[in-house]
Design a protein around this ligand. Structure first.
Ligand code: TGC
Ligand code: FAD
Length: 392
């Protein structure tokens, strides 16, 4: 397929709200996706292999920590720019957007927000360039939706902390140079630690046989009496709100990212419907196919409007965690529905690896689960409405 003339869906003229800088950033990521990602992503997906070479390329593009200040190696951009970067990356593949989400929101963000100056200087520039890869360890074998009950723990040994426990389903873990790990101290308070590859007692085995996000690498983080130097604790945060604040930023990025996956499905389905003939007519001429295309376009447009608005709120530091939960849930569901409907428009071709739709669809099955499941985000909205928690 020729991607060179690709123009994104913009039914409500949202481009009017974007600055020339926003459009330039979007175009540079879009060009990279068309030139460097689209040609390799299917093979990576088939082989269940993360294309490691893209890490440095993403760093050079400014896709890691776009909103981190320039003095720490970030791009010093606003949150709309971050959203547009995520959108374009996920137009390529959700797994590749995952890499950038984790590096930016779950590794660089906590070091920037909760770390001291020494930690910022030591890690942020290398994470921004892709010289270092990061991972984020919150989920455990026995605790996914309820991270507050985590079992991973640290004990203060005077000169160092002793870390024990395990995290699972961790994006990037087998290739990560550092991991931001959340563990409870002896007072049962959640603390954030920077764990480095090579520390004795620390291993990060890969999780095999995934049917989703196959071009992204996932694994465990296992800690057996790992000595963590005291200077590796994030000093400026205590409690579960630490990891949750990181998740606000990552969920925000996902809400934009999945619009890209939906756009790619819509674009593919529209082109196919215009070309494919049955009963001597393009299938795009049949009302039932037009209904699908019209509803998809409506849904993408609504998601774009929500994304633009939450972006402006985030730029003003006014986006609430509940608003972010609402848009993460809405937009991921929108993208998954779009993938399913688009796949039907292609008939049997919809299941072929020659088109990207099936890959997007199975990727989105992870996206609707990670960073808080579809149901958990609904309950967060329910709590915000009623002020009654139905979690426990
Ligand atoms: P709860 O009592 O509600 O809250 C405990 C403390 O945390 C604070 N808090 C938040 N603060 C900021 N932003 C948020 N979104 C927050 N949510 C909660 C809260 O105010 C409280 O603070 P304080 O000061 O009073 O102590 O907690 P709970 O035990 O009832 O649990 C509810 C909660 C929020 C954890 C649950 O609703 C939830 O969100 N579960 C989902 C867990 C999750 O999203 N895990 C994601 C793991 S990382 C991942 O998936 C990465 S995928 C990466 C990729 O490849 O892209
Ligand atoms: P569970 O919490 O066991 O939930 C199972 C089902 O029960 C879900 O449908 C859920 O909605 C429902 N449920 C749970 N509690 C309630 C309730 N109170 N009321 C109603 N229903 C409920 N985690 C990280 O920390 N770092 C990562 O980098 C990371 N990357 C990931 C990459 C991939 C590919 C995947 C698939 C996951 C990743 N995760 C990561 C983990 C992810 O965040 C968790 O899978 C997710 O939070 C859900 O946890 P769980 O799988 O244990 O499901």
């Amino acid at each position: 397929m020729n991607y060179n003339n690709y123009k994104s869906v913009d039914y409500f003229n949202l481009d009017d709200f974007y600055s020339s800088e926003h459009k330039l950033i979007r175009q540079s990521i879009r060009d990279w996706v068309n030139r460097s990602l689209k040609p390799i992503i299917d093979e990576a997906n088939h082989k269940h292999e993360f294309p490691k070479q893209i890490i440095k390329q993403l760093g050079a593009l400014g896709a890691f920590g776009p909103y981190i200040p320039l003095k720490y190696g970030g791009a010093g951009l606003d949150y709309i720019s971050y959203g547009l970067i995520m959108q374009e990356l996920e137009r390529g593949d959700s797994g590749i957007r995952s890499v950038a989400s984790v590096q930016s929101s779950l590794v660089m963000y906590p070091i920037f927000e909760f770390g001291n100056e020494e930690q910022r200087q030591k890690y942020l520039p290398k994470l921004a360039s892709g010289e270092l890869v990061g991972a984020f360890g919150l989920t455990e074998p026995n605790h996914g939706s309820d991270p507050g009950a985590m079992e991973t723990n640290i004990v203060d040994k005077g000169d160092y902390y002793l870390l024990n426990g395990a995290k699972m389903w961790i994006t990037n873990s087998p290739i990560a140079d550092i991991a931001i790990v959340w563990a409870k101290d002896e007072q049962q308070i959640v603390r954030g630690l920077i764990v480095e590859k090579g520390m004795s007692g620390f291993s990060a085995p890969e999780t095999h046989n995934k049917w989703s996000l196959r071009a992204s690498i996932t694994g465990e983080l296992v800690f057996e009496n790992v000595k963590i130097p005291k200077e590796n604790i994030l000093p400026n945060i205590k409690g579960l709100k630490g990891p949750m604040k990181c998740l606000n930023s990552a969920r925000y990025g996902i809400a934009w990212g999945v619009i890209g996956a939906a756009m790619d499905c819509y674009d593919t389905a529209l082109n196919y419907a215009l070309e494919r003939k049955q009963f001597n007519k393009p299938i795009a001429s049949f009302q039932l196919q037009q209904k699908k295309l019209a509803e998809i376009l409506t849904d993408i447009t609504k998601a774009q409007l929500m994304a633009w608005r939450i972006g402006t709120l985030k730029n003003d530091n006014r986006a609430t965690p509940s608003q972010i939960s609402m848009i993460k849930r809405n937009n991921v569901q929108m993208a998954l529905n779009t993938a399913r409907e688009s796949r039907q428009i292609l008939g049997a071709m919809g299941i072929s690896g020659d088109y990207p739709i099936m890959r997007h669809m199975i990727n989105l099955e992870s996206v609707i689960t990670y960073e808080g499941t579809h149901d958990i985000h609904l309950l967060i909205t329910g709590f915000d409405i009623t002020k009654i928690s139905s979690f426990k």
